[in-house]
Structure formats: C-alpha cells, structure tokens
Design a protein around this ligand. Structure first.
Ligand SMILES: *Cc1c(COP(=O)(O)O)cnc(C)c1O
Length: 217
C-alpha cells in the first residue's frame, strides 16, 4: 500500500510485459480522500490525479494548482452535460466521453474556451445495461461522429463488470483501440492494474491502494 509500493509494482509490471519504464501513467484517484492524504502524495512528487466529481474538484484543486502548476487532473467519473463547461476548464483529460450529447457539449465548450483536454471514449465492454459507455459495435460510428465535431479522442477507457475476471475486458478494449487507431488505454484499478499493464494499459487509475479506503460517511 502507498505510492512508493504502487510505483514499484508498476515498474515491475512494465518490465515483465517488456514495456519501457515510464510507459504507464499512474493516475492517483483522490476522490473523497481527506486533504492531508492528497497533500502527502503531492509532497512525494506525484502530479497526476483523478477525480470523479466536478464540484469536488472545483472545491479542492484550484488552490493546489497554484502551488503545483504542473499538476494534471483527469476526470474519470460520469460527466453530466450541464457540468461540461466547468469540466473543460478544470481537467487536462476526460476519460468518460460516453454519448453524443456530451460530445456536442464538449466540442462547443472546447471551442469557446480554446482548450483541448485529452479525450478517452468510455466503452461498455460488458454490455451492461445500467453502465455508461459506448457498445463495442457502435464505437467506429461514434468515433466518426466525434471527429465530425472536431474532437480527437486519443484513447479508450473501461470499467469491467464487478466481480468478473477483468482480463477479457482489457483484451477487448485493447483490440478496439488497435482496430480504431487509438494509442491510449485507460484501464486497471487498485485490484487489477498489473493485469491491465500486461494487456497494454497506458493509464491506470489507482485510488484506495495509494490513499487507503474511501470514507463516504
Ligand atoms: C474510484 C475509481 C477508481 C479507483 O478505484 P480504486 O479501486 O480505489 O483503485 C478508478 N476508476 C474509476 C472510474 C473510479 O471511479
């Protein structure tokens, strides 16, 4: 547990997969974590963080951004259309582009603000009816429509179904990225980031294994 341990495990997984050291970006998922824990990770020199909620991010990150201008913030939670303007202003990357209405809003607000956050399309690899994300079959058409709007998604993201082996989902996401000419893969969390790295993850999203359990109370 802790940042050093996760960094070591990422290096080992990169090496084992024959991948270059540093080819995997660790996104430290700081949602709901107390400020002191986030500060401790900043003190250790880490600068890439993931958040799930626009409002929480607006409340806690602007002050840290002033002190640590090289911080980069990744939106990894579901993004409501009415929060798009704020999200474009706050985040360096958005991992949850999952529907056309959001793509249209993103195109509009990126143009208005002159910003280009890195974009990942969320794929519903388990075909789960309650889960956000584009279905695998619909991905090529969705990407085409995004490009028609002037957006340039660079990668794919997935959250495999709870309680199932994530491996086939990571493999599917990798294949879809290859088939569609996308370089980035956002996959792997605290419980399975090493498996994701073996399958080609470029971005892993690790929260509780760095910061400890989240207390939603
Ligand atoms: C919260 C969250 C994570 C981090 O989960 P841990 O199990 O704490 O590592 C990763 N990805 C997404 C999309 C999340 O919402």
């Amino acid at each position: 547990m802790g940042l050093d341990d996760i960094r070591r495990r990422i290096r080992a997984a990169e090496q084992q997969a024959g991948r270059a050291p540093g080819s995997v970006t660790l996104i430290a998922v700081s949602k709901v974590q107390p400020a002191a824990r986030v500060q401790a990770v900043l003190d250790q020199g880490h600068r890439v963080f993931g958040e799930n909620y626009v409002q929480e991010t607006q409340g806690k990150w602007p002050a840290w951004r002033v002190r640590y201008p090289d911080v980069s913030l990744h939106m990894i939670g579901p993004l409501q259309s009415n929060k798009t303007r704020a999200a474009v202003g706050l985040f360096d990357a958005i991992h949850t582009l999952d529907r056309m209405t959001l793509a249209r809003k993103l195109a509009q607000h990126c143009a208005e603000q002159g910003r280009q956050p890195q974009l990942f399309v969320q794929v519903n690899t388990g075909d789960e009816p309650q889960k956000a994300g584009i279905l695998a079959d619909e991905l090529p058409g969705f990407l085409r429509q995004c490009r028609d709007l002037g957006l340039s998604p660079e990668g794919l993201m997935c959250i495999p179904p709870e309680g199932l082996d994530p491996l086939p989902h990571f493999r599917l996401l990798r294949r879809l990225a290859q088939d569609n000419g996308l370089a980035l893969l956002s996959m792997g969390m605290s419980a399975d980031f090493e498996t994701a790295i073996a399958e080609g993850a470029t971005h892993v999203r690790v929260g509780s294994a760095i910061f400890g359990a989240r207390d939603y109370g």
